[in-house]
Design a protein around this ligand. Structure first.
Ligand code: GDP
Length: 486
């Protein structure tokens, strides 16, 4: 994506960026730091993941695969004031209270936030060391805006309109399509029309995001996740259906929409790239693959397109010497399929294999750029246990958990205090099947059966503490920071 780098390089204050990179490098030598980005689309599990991560580091957990922890080399962990004054703090205390004391899921990520964790540890050779871990939580929707940096308004319009005519999007775009057909791009600027079109376009995006369709590629990200831009005029533009090879008349509706699109890139997308994304050393991308499976193969393909776009973001600027200054630093990227506790363990490897297949092409390209990529199916918090349930002569690998209040199954509404056993269904053994709607061949209905469970009670650890149960969380920790605690 070379145009992105070129645009950034042209417009950003190059000297200031270089100076900041030097200062950060100097600070890093004095105080080794890992800036860890946690992202994923809305409801992917970011808040739960970070809360469990910090709780595990502060209070301990069952982490046999997290080397420094398992070897007993982590001496002390504490929270410290975060370094960036213009970013809200991740509300760890409230989130952990909700999760552990009230056994309810914490409020989800709505915008960027940050938390600093200081880890005192003993290196493999016995030296006393300290690692500063800056955790940055941000909506994946914002990350999916980065491809816009290399895209003109005209191209973005054409792609958005084309995508909106595909299944299942077309049915959801009907109102916006009517508005599109009635809008003359060559007509004089019309503010009220712009506001109305932006509203209809946003409603279409929101409908695509609904669980029934679970679409992932829905830029511009701030339309769905506005953060501090809620209600801002920066969001009053929409794609137009433009005649091919026409010239954009000045003072036209087209010209105004294009100007606002460019302003969105300059004032929203670029600052995010420069201030946040580019400074990350490591990145975890959380993926609610199960939600996509449930919505069907269109959602799965859309998710795959989103993951490819995300991986391409890490390629920006890795191709030319000049652009090294502007390239993202992240040298490890972990894709994690969350909520694996909704499946019996016999399906965890299958979930991992499907995610692996989804990112395969993009992963090969990323390897050339030097970033290490891993893929894991995990549950940051395991809300279920396993059970085998007899059905006739068959025994079904099932899960057992406390159904969240308001969840329904077979006409029954749960009160939040009832334990339920569910056979969630099986993922296909052939990962390719999930892309072609052959996934549910063995099931009686098309979808896997998911129920939202309440968070679990803490479990006793071998060291006498109390920890949140999880699935493969320690493997994720080892990949993402294990080498920095050697
Ligand atoms: P965010 O929007 O990415 O911050 O998503 P959250 O972390 O708030 O997670 C959204 C919802 O997914 C939660 O309210 C839970 O219902 C569910 N969830 C997230 N992580 C887990 C997990 O590890 N296990 C289970 N069972 N549910 C989870």
């Amino acid at each position: 994506m070379p145009p992105v780098t070129t645009t950034i390089a042209r417009l950003a204050d190059q000297a200031a960026l270089a100076a900041r990179a030097l200062v950060e490098y100097g600070q890093h030598l004095l105080q080794p730091t890992v800036r860890l980005g946690i992202t994923g689309l809305s409801r992917a599990g970011k808040t739960v993941f970070i809360t469990a991560l910090v709780h595990g580091l502060l209070r301990g957990g069952r982490f046999p695969l997290f080397g420094a922890y398992a070897d007993g080399r982590i001496a002390n962990v504490r929270l410290a004031p975060q370094p960036d004054d213009n970013v809200p703090r991740f509300d760890y205390e409230n989130h952990i209270r909700a999760l552990v004391d009230e056994r309810r899921w914490p409020d989800s990520t709505r915008q960027i936030s940050e938390l600093r964790v200081i880890i005192d540890y003993q290196s493999g050779s016995g030296a006393e060391r300290t690692l500063t871990l800056d955790i940055v939580d941000y909506p994946g929707e914002w990350l999916l805006d980065l491809p816009l940096l290399g895209m003109s308004y005209e191209r973005w319009s054409a792609e958005s309109v084309r995508r909106s005519r595909e299944t299942p999007r077309a049915a959801l775009a009907a109102n916006w399509h009517r508005d599109l057909a009635a809008t003359d791009p060559m007509a004089p600027t019309d503010e009220n029309r712009a506001i109305a079109s932006a509203k209809l376009f946003t409603e279409y995006l929101r409908a695509c995001r609904d669980d029934r369709f679970a679409m992932s590629v829905l830029p511009p990200g701030r339309f769905l996740m506005p953060g501090d831009l809620e209600g801002s005029p920066a969001l009053t533009f929409a794609p137009l259906e433009l005649p091919e090879d026409a010239v954009r008349p000045p003072d036209s509706h087209w010209a105004m929409m294009a100007r606002r699109y460019e302003a969105y890139k300059d004032y929203v997308v670029k600052p995010f790239f420069v201030e946040h994304f580019q400074r990350l050393d490591r990145q975890i991308v959380l993926v609610d693959a199960l939600a996509a499976f449930n919505a069907g193969h269109h959602a799965v393909r859309d998710l795959q397109a989103a993951l490819t776009d995300i991986l391409d973001c890490f390629q920006i600027g890795r191709r030319t010497l000049l652009s090294t200054l502007f390239r993202p630093r992240a040298d490890r990227v972990l894709f994690a399929a969350t909520k694996a506790d909704h499946l019996h363990h016999s399906n965890h490897d299958r979930l991992e294999a499907i995610l692996q297949t989804m990112v395969q092409g993009a992963t090969e390209r990323a390897k050339f750029s030097g970033a290490q990529i891993d893929v894991i199916a995990l549950a940051a918090v395991r809300a279920t246990q396993e059970a085998m349930v007899g059905q006739g002569v068959e025994s079904l690998p099932s899960i057992l958990g406390r159904a969240a209040a308001g969840e329904t199954s077979g006409g029954r509404v749960f009160d939040g205090e009832t334990d339920v056993v569910v056979f969630p269904g099986d993922l296909p053994t052939d990962p390719g099947a999930i892309f072609e709607n052959r996934a549910a061949a063995g099931n009686t209905d098309a979808a896997l059966r998911f129920l939202r469970f309440r968070p679990p009670a803490l479990e006793k650890t071998d060291a006498g503490g109390a920890a949140l149960p999880h699935i493969r969380f320690d493997r994720a920790l080892q990949f993402i920071i294990g080498d920095r605690l050697q």
